[in-house]
Design a protein around this ligand. Structure first.
Ligand SMILES: [Zn+2]
Length: 233
């Protein structure tokens, strides 16, 4: 959490500089950073039909509901880059507010897809964790910081075939807390094949939690349109 506070410090410093929106170049009002409200609200969304298309292509589904917030558009990609690589974690607060507005938030715990510790060390933080953290702050729900552990370093799923994806995901995640009968909201940033989130949901369900809903911030629409067969197992 120290890292989060440090980066919020960087955002605070930005308050002292003239700030303009990354999309429309207008000056930002009321202490807003990075992107104006109008441009943020115009980010292309994933429709319910597109979400259904995503679900229908999963060979196996272990979660209950999935909410995909945005299309992985150029503007979203720019925002994610500023968040992930330049540490502008204020973007996570915008994302958290969007989630809170859209969902009922009747969960016991908010968790996130963990990064392998090597990757987390390289990057300094896990962006899904930061979104989950701010969502807990906003909603008053419990932050499931260490429910899931990522034990194995994995390569990207996108270019693997079904059998390779299955092998790649084997024993990656472990549940390390008692979550029996709990309802969990699991946060991920960008989803492509769905194999990672589904594997998280599978191990959470195996640990006897009552419900797992997923929130993904974005998915590339070409994934939804492609003929690539997705296997979540
Ligand atoms: Zn703007």
């Amino acid at each position: 959490m120290i890292k989060i506070l440090k980066t919020i410090g960087t955002d605070f410093l930005n308050l002292l500089l003239p700030a303009i929106c990354i999309s429309c170049d207008q000056s930002l009002q009321d202490g807003r950073l990075i992107i104006c409200e109008k441009c943020y609200n115009s980010l292309p969304k994933i429709s319910p039909e597109q979400t259904n298309a995503f679900i229908n292509r999963l060979a196996r589904r272990d979660f209950n509901k999935i909410y995909i917030m945005f299309e992985f558009s150029e503007l979203f990609q720019n925002l994610m880059h500023l968040f992930k690589y330049d540490g502008h974690q204020v973007i996570a607060t915008y994302f958290a507010a969007t989630i809170k507005k859209k969902l009922k938030m009747d969960y016991d715990i908010i968790a996130f897809v963990p990064l392998h510790k090597t990757k987390q060390r390289e990057r300094g933080f896990n962006q899904s964790e930061v979104i989950a953290y701010f969502l807990c702050k906003l909603s008053g729900l419990t932050f499931g910081k260490s429910i899931l552990l990522r034990d194995k370093y994995t390569q990207s799923q996108t270019k693997l075939n079904r059998a390779q994806r299955k092998e790649n995901m084997r024993d990656v995640f472990k549940v390390v807390e008692n979550i029996e009968n709990k309802t969990i909201l699991l946060i991920d940033d960008v989803i492509t094949t769905g194999a990672t989130i589904n594997e998280c949901a599978r191990v959470l369900k195996a640990a006897k939690c009552k419900r797992v809903d997923i929130v993904a911030m974005a998915t590339p629409v070409n994934i939804l349109q492609s003929k690539l067969e997705i296997d979540g197992s």
